[in-house]
Ligand binder design. Structure first.
Ligand SMILES: O=P(O)(O)OC[C@H]1O[C@@H](O)[C@H](O)[C@@H](O)[C@@H]1O
Length: 259
């Protein structure tokens, strides 16, 4: 039976290694957990209590290492496309709870959500000399849907523009990879990370995984589905403002060195 604290829609508590985390709960029993370290979603459970995200059993919740699994926020650099560390520094910074976020156009009724914010310190500016506010809202809807909304604002006094790359590097939990297929990327071009980012066009039907895969699909549709036959579960991913999508399947050994 649920205790009183388990029914609280938004709760700040301690997670692994005493790190601060926020737990979101929706009325039907779904939940999500977000660490302030990295603004990192580490758990998303449906109303049956089934975990929908993968976090490596070897994941270190030890700053300054990134957490391996869940939803790492890659900012201001995705992958190694630049001079910064792989996937940028946002995933290894301590974010704050944003108590006064600018209003959203969408309604928040029946939704559990938390607003987080990251601003650069003087030390950070030495690595990436741009002044910004990165606001992330993580929302758990009444049907258990998880939504991440990022708002990045240039706060430099002179308004000089800067560019960045950004990604939600989500690790979905799936069963045996041979039971999984991805729909929505047919005939889309991709850059193959296993072949020096060479560009190819996806052929044929839905994507299946037979060997190691590490591809960035470019200009993808706004809706992509991951179908897991064994778990009889489908993830429908909808996105807005993020043109590309990366799909990876590595062997267990390649994917999970402890970091
Ligand atoms: O190990 P990291 O830094 O969390 O990166 C995870 C993955 O990120 C992807 O973007 C890379 O293409 C992969 O090669 C890498 O394994």
């Amino acid at each position: 039976m649920a205790t009183a604290s388990e029914r609280v829609p938004v709760e700040l508590c301690k997670g692994v290694n005493g790190l601060d985390k926020v737990v979101l709960r929706e009325v039907r029993g779904g939940s999500a957990e977000i660490y302030l370290y990295g603004a990192h979603v580490t758990s998303w459970k449906n109303e049956h209590g089934e975990e929908l995200l993968f976090v490596s059993a070897k994941a270190n919740f030890k700053p300054p290492k990134p957490i391996r699994g869940g939803i790492p926020i890659c900012f201001p650099q995705f992958s190694n496309n630049g001079t910064l560390e792989q996937h940028g520094f946002a995933r290894t910074k301590f974010w704050s709870i944003d108590t006064d976020p600018p209003p959203f156009p969408t309604s928040t009724s029946n939704k559990a959500f938390i607003d987080l914010i990251l601003k650069p310190t003087e030390e950070d500016m030495k690595i990436w000399p741009h002044s910004y506010e990165f606001r992330l809202r993580v929302t758990l809807g009444p049907g258990g849907d998880l939504m991440l909304t990022s708002r990045i604002r240039n706060t430099s006094a002179d308004g000089k523009p800067f560019s960045f790359t950004f990604a939600y590097h989500t690790y979905f939990s799936v069963s045996d990879i041979s039971e999984v297929r991805v729909e929505g990327l047919e005939t889309i071009d991709y850059l193959d990370n296993l072949h020096n980012k060479e560009r190819f066009t996806e052929q044929g039907d839905a994507i299946t995984f037979e060997s190691e895969v590490d591809k960035i699909y470019v200009s993808t549709p706004t809706k992509i589905a991951i179908l897991d036959h064994e778990k009889k579960r489908t993830f429908v991913i909808r996105k807005d403002g993020l043109p590309d999508a990366e799909f990876e399947f590595h062997s267990a050994k390649a994917l999970f060195p402890p970091i």
